[in-house]
Design a protein around this ligand. Structure first.
Ligand code: EPU
Length: 335
């Protein structure tokens, strides 16, 4: 293992922010991870770096979880249980599953990040969340290096939420995740309008897993910037869930405000719509900006600092609160 001091993290976060780690170590198996944790517990855990905004240097040991491997751990006639190590790239894992004809995560194609961080915020897109196929994950407790298996109920998944973001925050490092995927009778989910439209465009009526994945890739590429070309962290904000009574009030002044029903008393409002209506879509403040095709995504045109992007995000939050009376919250972790 190779500990490095004053390590540049620009290549390790999809926002492409320049910041240094006081010390950095990449671990490629659980033995190495346990040995690092035995002597270092005040650490910063880094996976794919796709859901964070670095606003300062990290004055700690950064532990980069780089465990690799994908295996079929069990199968029956209809299902396969696939275990992926935490450091596997999510999209490559999705493609591996599609190649092997394992269904259930094809709608989640092209989401940046690594497998190990997907349960933390229950990643989701196009009508599917990982909780739908999640079977279990293994995690190491930082303080005593014990290993624990978490089933779906224990993870307490919600919209971009889990126990790892709440009660157990900073206590565990996820080392592998197992998904229960279909081998036959795939539950094709094209309910999210844009997928159907994309398939129709290509005259596809009975889509394969690969065709759905390709449709999702094409939709994402048309709306979302590629972090390799333009630094970003996907949706910067969560779509706010508000009381229906508050929505009805806001709607009086903004009759065209879209919403999705969450429960009898709550609705979700697309933050992208609020941001666009507040006039921010496509705006640029120095090297920090709001993407031109999807207002929910903040971007780094090259040399923005985390502080500059944070300032833009606060400006957006304040403006939206003043205009709509709705508070929107960051989805990315601001460090
Ligand atoms: N909208 C606008 N202007 C915009 C963007 C969106 O008016 O600039 C409105 C439109 O009315 C649109 C609605 O917002 O119909 C919803 O937009 P979209 O379908 O693009 O989805 P989203 O709610 O903006 C969510 C996820 C995305 C995910 C898409 C597709 C969150 C925070 N974001 O975005 O996830 O890809 O749905 O399922 O829930 C991510 O988390 O990084 C991410 C990209």
């Amino acid at each position: 293992m190779n500990f490095q001091s004053n390590f540049q993290l620009k290549e390790y976060n999809t926002f492409g922010i320049s910041a240094q780690a006081k010390e950095f170590i990449a671990v490629s198996n659980t033995t190495e991870l346990a040995s690092v944790l035995k002597t270092n517990q005040d650490i910063f855990v880094l996976g794919g770096g796709s859901n964070m905004l670095l606003t300062q240097n990290i004055e700690k040991l950064v532990v980069h979880v780089n465990l690799k491997g994908i295996e079929i751990v069990n199968e029956d006639e209809n299902f396969a249980w696939i275990k992926a190590q935490a450091g596997e790239n999510w999209h490559e894992f999705v493609l591996w599953c599609i190649e092997h004809n394992f269904g259930g995560i094809e709608n989640l194609s092209l989401i940046p990040g690594n497998v190990g961080t997907t349960p933390i915020q229950n990643i989701g897109a196009y009508g599917v969340e990982i909780k739908d196929t999640f079977d279990s994950c293994t995690a190491m407790k930082i303080d005593n290096q014990s290993i624990k298996s978490f089933d779906k109920a224990t993870c307490k998944f919600g919209y971009r939420e889990s126990v790892f973001k709440n009660e157990l925050k900073n206590q565990y490092i996820i080392t592998d995740v197992t998904f229960k995927l279909t081998k036959t009778n795939h539950k094709i989910n094209t309910s999210y309008g844009a997928i159907d439209t994309e398939l129709e465009k290509n005259n596809i009526t009975n889509p394969t897993l690969k065709e759905i994945s390709n449709a999702v890739i094409s939709i994402r590429q048309s709306k979302l910037p590629n972090p390799k070309e333009l630094g970003n962290s996907g949706s910067f904000f969560k779509n706010p869930i508000i009381l229906k009574a508050d929505y009805d009030k806001a709607k009086q002044n903004h009759p065209e405000m879209p919403h999705y029903v969450v429960s009898e008393t709550e609705v979700k409002v697309p933050a992208g719509w609020l941001i666009e209506q507040a006039g921010f879509k496509g705006k640029r403040f120095g090297d920090a900006g709001i993407h031109k095709n999807q207002a929910l995504v903040l971007v780094n045109y090259g040399n923005a600092t985390g502080q500059e992007i944070l300032a833009v995000s606060r400006n957006i939050q304040d403006t939206i609160f003043k205009k709509f009376g709705i508070q929107i919250q960051a989805e990315v972790n601001v460090i």
